[in-house]
Design a protein around this ligand. Sequence first.
Ligand SMILES: [Zn+2]
Length: 238
Amino acid sequence: MARVPAVIALAVSIGVALFPSPALAPASSALEPSAVGPPAVAPASSPVQQVASANDYFQFPLPTWTRHCDVFGSEWRLCDGTPLRTCASGVWRHTGYDVRTGIQPVRAAANGVIAGYMVDSYFKGGVLIRHQTSFGIVITQYWHVWLRKGFHVGTHVTRGQVFADVASMGSRTHFHFAVFRGELQSIAWRGALPRVACAGSPAFPYRFVDPTAFVKAHLAPIAATVRPAHVCRFDGEI
Ligand SMILES: [Zn+2]
């Protein structure tokens, strides 16, 4: 029997089969949905208007970044090795990085606007934040979280601002983070994609990039935040 958890996209009423492949969708699945429908979308015509350079900096959403089980590009499996979904080309590939964590605050990776929020009975909340950067639109994806009170689709957030909390999934509690390069679309919700396009899904990685490498490449320069008010100079020093 196919497991078809109810999906509630706040602001947009949709119903989507998260796991069309019943044999590969155990009820004990610890990972996020792989196929979901269109999210509630903030108008693309209302980008954040802030200092461009500030909008280009990212940070990690959690203070620690220890691997849980799946990483970017790894086969999408439960921690015990059970594959979550396959096509003829093999087990699907994980689009994000899973972080070992308990319940704690989740921070926005960069300045942006909450562009989507959906709640699944098993996977808990999923959030997409849309970032307008000088190098294009970036969508950051957060799964297994609850939005905090006062935050909703359309809310502007700043880098480092707490907007959600990790959701409890019992012994399978973890945090999933992904980075999607490009304008918001339904694929941006995906927790995994097939090795070769199948079942209506594009091949991994599509527009997803390694989230850990991406954040590291866009961290705010330390000099910009801890630079002393003035620098003492000594004879002979350049
Ligand atoms: Zn994940």
